[in-house]
Design a protein around this ligand. Structure first.
Ligand code: FAD
Length: 481
């Protein structure tokens, strides 16, 4: 699409030249996704200061039929924020915490506040905002809501979707819907806010949100556990959940290969356990009760599980610094994979009861398809969500390996589908899973999604070609590498 001088002039006039970027070096950070795998193109980046300016940008783009791609922290992992022309609408300057209400247990924030800053504002009011991702220093709450982010605290508190009470949204035509209510009960018609949560910028632009806060835990206990296999991990999870209920705040699984590479590439990291085990679990208990410290409860629960023969070995973080060191082993897993060459990623979920079967079947199928490939299947086991990632065989050409992305998608996603799972658990669909969604989705569901898109964005200007392509195809999905 040729640049539109009139559009750029109007945006510059309203936002100021400093906030309508057109120079190639200024555009660059907005065109490439976080892993450098995908590159897009854009006419300009608009950086509005508030909701009214954001609405102005969207209205101008709608009138000119120019695509608008929202961006928060640009940490998304499915190419959803990569523009394929048009205007990138950066929400980074909408960065105010508008209100904290400890009695209502809510916080009202603008879309550009980083997740870490939302957590800090809640903490400053003596409360907890539980959403937690390894990218929390860079991702922004509008992006978290637009992707319905998951992370490590879903077990106790749910996804981003479960943490939102109200939204302010700029619609495709530039109107602003003010749904900033802080109500825990509100059945007055359809729940519109949930349409926008998880819609990845394809239905509206989130400019602010009312979020739930929770009592801040007084203590946490973190354990690193060695187990025979995923079936033992599942049995341990069920046992701990029955015992601790909502105090079980995380249950993450790390395979031996994952622990090996995180120790290899994390300076100063030491093996948490003496021997080698079939699989590892990072377990966290939290407690808001002064009379029931989380570490003691976790110690008793793990000792009982060991006596029952479920746990082979375990270590507990004896201090907050040690707790954090154990968490670092898990958090660094995403990063260290790139140090082992190309990595083909699948963010999938299956019912908890099917996790061991999924891991065994998908691992067997991938290893048979490419001898030497190294499966790194880790993640939010307690939510049924596995990052089923594949590291290239040692010595293989990286590009040749990544060229097999679609082939391995089909192998892994077929197993997911056969077990009643989801091919997009927490990262979303964006561009790189759009055609996979079309392949696996129920045709009725796909038709409904297309109708919702057409109703809310009739001219198709909001993040076109992402999530659901129009019937008959949209622009081609990005190549995997
Ligand atoms: C190291 C690392 C760890 C991660 N761990 C997790 C994890 O545990 N769980 C998880 O779920 N994700 C994880 N992610 C992925 C990513 O951080 C999340 O998807 C995050 O929610 C994206 O937020 P963002 O602000 O960076 O959004 P962006 O990348 O900027 O955008 C993501 C999508 O949302 C749209 N969008 C952004 N802002 C808005 C808005 N205001 N209104 C409408 N649409 C908008 C964009 O158009 C795009 O489609 C991780 C990423 C990294 C790099």
């Amino acid at each position: 699409m040729p640049p539109s001088p009139a559009l750029l002039a109007a945006l510059t006039d309203r936002l100021g030249a400093a906030h309508v970027l057109t120079a190639p070096e200024d555009l660059e950070p907005y065109l490439v996704e976080t892993r450098g795998l995908h590159r897009g193109r854009a006419l300009a980046v608009a950086r509005p200061a508030d909701t009214a300016e954001a609405a102005f940008v969207v209205a101008q783009c709608a009138a000119a039929r120019v695509p608008v791609v929202a961006q928060g922290g640009n940490t998304g992992l499915v190419g959803g924020g990569v523009p394929q022309g048009g205007i990138v609408l950066s929400l980074a300057r909408l960065a105010r915490v508008r209100a904290v209400d400890p009695t209502n247990a809510t916080i009202t924030v603008e879309a550009g506040v980083t997740l870490a800053d939302v957590q800090a504002a809640a903490d400053g009011a003596g409360m907890l905002f539980p959403l937690s991702l390894a990218s929390e220093g860079s991702c922004r709450i509008g992006g978290n809501l637009a992707t319905n982010a998951g992370g490590t605290a879903v077990l106790a508190y749910g996804n981003a979707r479960d943490l939102v009470l109200g939204l302010e949204v700029v619609l495709a035509d530039g109107r602003v819907w003010n749904g900033l209510k802080g109500l825990r009960k509100d059945n007055a018609g359809y729940d519109l806010k949930q349409l926008f949560v998880g819609s990845e910028g394809t239905l509206g632009i989130i400019t602010a949100a009312v979020l739930k806060l929770f009592p801040r835990p007084l203590s946490r206990g973190v354990g690193f556990v060695g187990l025979a296999d995923p079936a033992a991990a599942l049995a341990l999870f069920a046992r701990l959940r029955a015992r601790a209920g909502r105090d079980l705040t995380a249950f993450e699984v790390i395979p031996p290969f994952g622990l090996e590479i995180v120790l290899r590439h994390t300076p100063g990291a030491t093996p948490p356990l003496a021997g080698r085990h079939g699989t590892y679990a990072l377990v966290e208990f939290s407690s808001t009760r002064p009379d029931a410290p989380a570490t003691e409860a976790l110690e008793v629960a793990l000792a009982e599980a060991m006596e029952a023969g479920l746990v082979e070995d375990a270590t507990l973080g004896a201090s907050e610094a040690r707790n954090q060191a154990l968490w670092t082993l898990r958090e660094n897993l995403s990063e260290v994979q790139r140090r082992e060459g190309g990595s083909i990623k699948h963010d999938v979920s299956v019912p908890l009861s099917a996790l061991p079967e999924f891991l065994a079947t998908a691992t067997r199928a991938c290893e048979a398809a490419m001898p030497g490939l190294r499966v790194c299947a880790f993640g939010h086991f307690g939510d049924g969500n596995i990052h089923f990632n594949l590291s290239q065989p040692v010595g293989m050409d990286r590009a040749a390996f990544l060229g097999q992305w679609s082939r391995f998608n089909r192998i892994v996603h077929d197993v997911v589908e056969s077990l009643g799972g989801s091919i997009a658990a927490e990262h979303g669909v964006g561009l790189i899973k759009r055609d996979e969604l079309a392949h696996y989705a129920d045709p009725v569901a796909l038709d409904l999604m297309r109708r919702v898109k057409a109703a809310l964005d009739p001219h198709g200007t909001l993040n076109p070609g992402k999530v659901v392509a129009p019937e008959g195809g949209g622009p081609p999905a990005l190549p995997p590498a």
